[in-house]
Write a protein that binds this ligand. Structure first.
Ligand code: KG4
Ligand code: ZN
Length: 341
């Protein structure tokens, strides 16, 4: 039997420091250190994020190697997030990778974070044989920083066919949550409250945007004005209606996302449909995908919850496919805050 390719993945693009080990497509370990320091500021503070990455990266990588039951000498290559993301955060992962690659004398592989989210569907767990999408497939990538429909031709050949022209879907969750007094990130809290509410109680306007693009900034503004108007008449309006507000907001965001995804599937005639990114953990969106799948004969792929938010296994899996092509990075490669898919 040939020895598996062992990839160490490193992710540090935003506010999670993560390291993972995969053997071919199988995840052996994945460690994530989240940064609570941003909670009180209502969003990620870049300077604090890079400082926290500096503190976390060595213990996180060390734990990932230990948890995988391997030695650092077993690693075939290191895959790291080159971008997109916060420059200071990316610098920590990139510089650490360069140092370790030189010390171990193994290649390093640059990874586009967005490709990582898309290929998270290919990560296999021990003793499970997860069904992987067939090419070509569509991926609705929805996170705190991105909202895009991606046409995936092959592991490393992807094309963005629609994207947000302003805020991302995760940002809409977080910003609307903030005006309801929730701390960052509000998405998971809105999801929880929505389960207890009626999604038809309140109606919010949906944007009219050409083609397959999205827009979420209008929703955020109209939600804010809607709350202000109601609070004038009823000061405890938010507390009294929190579950219905969350359910109605979540249903609106889900509808906006689904409308364009359905359009994309019709236009491309592709029925292999997947979602990824932090917002792919949302139960309303997951339910909507399942419903449309049975109605439209889609084959739908929902990521494991632990692979929806930022994680290094998704970086490692991209690294694995690039390793097979000997697609290695030079040591003088700078990180890129902006990086198209
Ligand atoms: O992919 P991710 O970890 O980071 C980025 O690359 O942005 O996504 C984080 C985003 C946040 O906006 C968070 O509120 C949202 O994902 N999120 C959710 C849920 N879980 C995370 N939004 C709605 N429902 C959820 N269950
Ligand atoms: Zn992400």
């Amino acid at each position: 039997m040939t020895k598996p390719v062992i990839i160490l993945g490193i992710e540090s693009s935003c506010d999670d420091t993560s390291a993972a080990i995969i053997a071919d497509e199988q995840e052996l370990s994945c460690v994530i250190a989240s940064q609570d320091v941003h909670k009180k500021y209502g969003g990620v503070v870049p300077e604090l994020a890079s400082r926290a990455h500096l503190q976390n990266i060595v213990p996180v990588v060390d734990t990932a190697i230990k948890n995988a039951g391997i030695k650092k000498e077993d690693i075939s290559a290191i895959a790291f997030t080159r971008g997109p993301g916060l420059m200071g955060s990316l610098l920590v992962g990139t510089s650490f990778t360069k140092g370790l690659s030189l010390a171990l004398d193994i290649p390093m592989i640059e990874v586009n974070h967005l490709q990582g989210h898309v290929l998270s569907h290919f990560i296999q767990q021990k003793d499970s044989n997860k069904k992987q999408p067939e090419f070509p497939f569509l991926c609705l990538l929805v996170s705190g920083g991105h909202t895009e429909i991606i046409l995936v031709h092959d592991y490393l050949r992807m094309e963005s066919i629609g994207k947000t022209i302003d805020d991302a879907a995760g940002e809409a969750f977080d910003k609307c949550g903030k005006v309801m007094g929730m701390s960052y990130p509000a998405g998971p809290v809105i999801d929880k409250n929505a389960a207890l509410g009626n999604p038809k109680t309140f109606k919010f306007n949906k944007p009219i945007i050409q083609g397959l693009n999205y827009s979420f900034s209008g929703l955020k503004t109209s939600f804010l004005y809607f709350l202000r108007n109601h609070i004038k008449a009823e000061p405890d309006f938010i507390t009294n209606n929190i579950n219905d507000l969350c359910a109605s907001l979540q249903a609106t965001i889900t509808d906006i996302l689904m409308d364009k995804l359905i359009k994309a599937s019709k236009e491309t005639e592709i029925k292999e449909i997947s979602i990824s990114g932090g917002v792919a953990a949302n139960s309303g969106l997951r339910e909507a995908i399942k419903n449309e799948a049975s109605k439209r004969k889609w084959k739908a792929y929902l990521p494991e919850l632990k692979h929806t938010t930022d994680n290094a296994s998704m970086i490692a899996i991209v690294g694995y496919y690039k390793y097979l092509l000997n697609d290695f990075a030079r040591h003088d490669l700078p990180p890129m805050a902006r990086f198209e898919i």
